[in-house]
Each structure stands twice: as C-alpha cells, then as structure tokens.
Design a protein around this ligand. Structure first.
Ligand code: HEC
Ligand SMILES: [Cu+2]
Length: 337
C-alpha cells in the first residue's frame, strides 16, 4: 500500500513537472490565447450536446421501461415533426456558431504581423534547422527568439513530412518538402518552451523534439550580434583536430548557412540546454555519450557512431565543442514553460 502511494506520488510530481511542456491551456502568446478561446467554446457546446443527448436517453429509458402487469407490445409512435425540426435546427445553429468562431480565430492567427522577424525552419529526420536570413546566422534544434518581437516562421522539410509544434506558443504547422508554410506569432515571456514534431516521420519521430529559447530583447541583441561576428573559439586544439578529421564533413561550426546541410549546426553547442533535438538535457556527459553511440539514444538517426575514438580523444572533442559558444548568456537559467 505504502509503495502504491509512493508510486502515485512520484507520478503526480512527474506529471506536475512535465505539465508545463505541453500546456496549450497555459497560453503565453496571442496565438494560443485565441486557440484557448476556441477550445472553451467547443468544450461548452460538447458538454451541452452530451448532457442533452445522454439526459434524453436516460429519461426515455426510464419513463418507457417495462412495468409490471403490462403485457404485449407497448404503444407504437411514428415520428414527431416538431421534435425532428428542433433537433435538426439546434445542431445547425451550433455548427454555424462554431464555424463563425473558428473562421474568426483562423483569420486572426494567420494574419501576417508587420515587421515580423523571419526565420527559416527546416525539418530533417530527426532534427530541426533554424536559419535567420535577415540576421545572417544559423542554429539547430534550439530556436532562439526575442520576447515581444513578432516572428514569421517559414517552414519546410528536406525529406518527409514533419510538423512543427510548440504547444505553449502556437499551433501546429506541417513541414512539407518543396513547399513553404508560414506561422506567425509573438512570444511574450522569456523562457524555454518545449517543441515537438507532430507528424509521424520515421523510427525516431518521438525523439524529434526541439526547444524555443525566448530571450529578453537585450539578450537577443547580444546573441545575434555575437552570432553575426562569430569565429568559433578553440577551447582545445586536439579536440579541434579530431573534429576536423571526423565531423566536419557533416557539421558546420561557423554559425552560418553552409552550402550543403547534412547535420545540425554545432556553432553554439556550449550555449545549448538540450542535445540531439531536445531528447536529453545538454551536458558534456550526454554529449560524449551521443558521439560515441548516437543510435542507442536515437534509433534510425543519420549520425554514425564513433566507437573508434579513444576516451582521451572524446574528452578533447567534448571540450572543444563545449567551448563553442557566445559568452555571458546562460539559457539554462531561464524559466521553463
Ligand atoms: C555522416 C554525417 C555525420 C558525421 C560524420 C557526424 N555527424 Fe553528428 N550528426 C549528424 C546528423 C544527421 C545529426 C542529427 C541526428 C539526429 O538528431 O537525428 C547529427 C547530430 C549531432 C549532434 C547533436 C546536435 C544537436 O543539435 O543537438 C552532435 C553534438 C553531433 N552530431 C556531433 C558530431 C561529432 C562530434 C562528430 C564527429 C566525431 C559527428 N557529429 C559526425 C551527422 C553526422
Ligand atoms: Cu518529424
């Protein structure tokens, strides 16, 4: 009994901690306040319809139940024009109201916001790329945005269909190869928001997450300026050499869009809160485990493992990667939503 209580307690705590990650009912942008408004109306009508239908059914079942002393078939009724008109007209009215509200919300959330900052979002099996064409830098798996500034995401995919979804900030948008879909919203509060791929896209679909890091405008300015003028720091010369020999064919560390993209941008690795599309928190330890054997952490991943690297080479490599960062910004200290 004690163990059951303890297990339930742990589950409750875990749920309470996780709750912030997928809370569309905890809106932090005008986009999601709109979604919530719609959700409440749909719920109100659903509860109303359920109450009336289930109530009528219960009443009829009870009222016309078999009574003692009554023999043979009960009296038969055929149709009731007035009732039939009522139960046709009321649902039609409900549908019209919901249609109107939905159309209103869709128009509002899809309206381009003047002066929005553009970010190109590209889905790959099983990670996300974020390029800032106007600001001239690129990051992967963590979308960094300024609070209070409208953003326009231009979403596409380079392989199969994915879907970009940050429940706390905005609705889902499919990432379709050869096509661009747009998503507009304005993040309001600095913090870390959890994102998901919401379209089954292969064996590690469930591990294709990401994070959105919303910074204050001053912090974002600092990051953007440092990212534009970025020269990758060399925290470990041997590590850099190991990187150039083994990793450079697929990974850029310049923080700029390379001519051909194969793997995620590693320029700001030391600033990351998460690793490998949000599947684990970023630490030098998880980074080392990932490089040695990514497939055990993410089945189907297109990153090969490096079991041939010695312990010492791996440590040097991790020191080098951890040193790739913009100094003076700590994203891990931000509140989580
Ligand atoms: C053949 C191309 C290829 C090579 C070589 C390669 N990688 Fe990768 N790497 C990838 C791909 C693709 C991903 C994305 C995997 C995923 O998330 O499914 C990735 C992901 C990563 C990530 C996680 C990135 C993030 O945004 O969190 C790190 C770190 C990484 N690789 C480091 C390395 C290092 C270090 C080496 C060299 C020892 C290396 N990679 C060699 C293709 C490669
Ligand atoms: Cu996906």
């Amino acid at each position: 009994m004690k163990r059951v209580v303890a297990a339930l307690g742990t589950l409750g705590l875990a749920l309470a901690q996780e709750a912030h990650r997928v809370a569309i009912t905890h809106p932090v942008s005008a986009f999601n306040r709109e979604t919530n408004f719609l959700l409440i109306w749909v719920l109100v009508f659903s509860v109303l319809v359920f109450g009336v239908v289930a109530g009528a059914l219960a009443y009829v079942t009870w009222k016309f139940r078999a009574k003692p002393g009554r023999e043979g078939e009960p009296p038969q009724f055929h149709g009731n024009d007035r009732l039939e008109v009522v139960w046709t007209v009321i649902p039609i009215l409900i549908i019209f109201v919901l249609f109107g509200l939905t159309a209103r919300s869709l128009i509002l959330v899809n309206k381009p916001i003047p002066g929005a900052m553009k970010v190109e979002v590209t889905g790959y099996q099983f990670w996300w790329d974020f390029n800032y064409p106007e600001l001239g830098f690129r990051n992967s798996n963590e979308l960094i945005l300024p609070a209070g500034v409208p953003v326009e995401l231009e979403i596409t995919s380079k392989d199969v269909i994915h879907s970009f979804w940050v429940p706390g900030l905005a609705g889902k948008r499919d990432a379709i190869p050869g096509q661009k879909t747009l998503l507009h919203f304005t993040p309001e509060k600095p913090g870390v928001y959890y994102g998901f791929c919401a379209e089954l896209c292969g064996p590690s679909h469930a591990r294709m997450l990401f994070r959105v890091i919303v910074l204050s405008q001053e912090d974002f300015e600092r990051f953007a300026q440092a990212a534009q003028a970025y020269t990758p720091p060399v925290a470990d010369a041997q590590g850099q050499q190991v990187f150039q020999q083994n990793c450079m064919a697929c990974h850029s560390v310049q923080g700029k869009m390379p001519p051909a993209v194969i793997g995620p941008e590693l320029a700001f690795m030391g600033n990351r809160t998460s690793l490998a599309a949000g599947i684990v928190d970023y630490t030098p330890g998880t980074l080392k485990a990932w490089i040695r054997d990514p497939l055990s952490m993410k089945p189907g991943s297109k990153m090969p493992g490096f079991p041939q690297l010695s312990e010492q080479e791996l440590d040097a490599l991790v020191r080098y990667l951890d040193g790739l960062k913009v100094e003076g910004l700590d994203f891990k200290a931000l509140p989580k939503f």
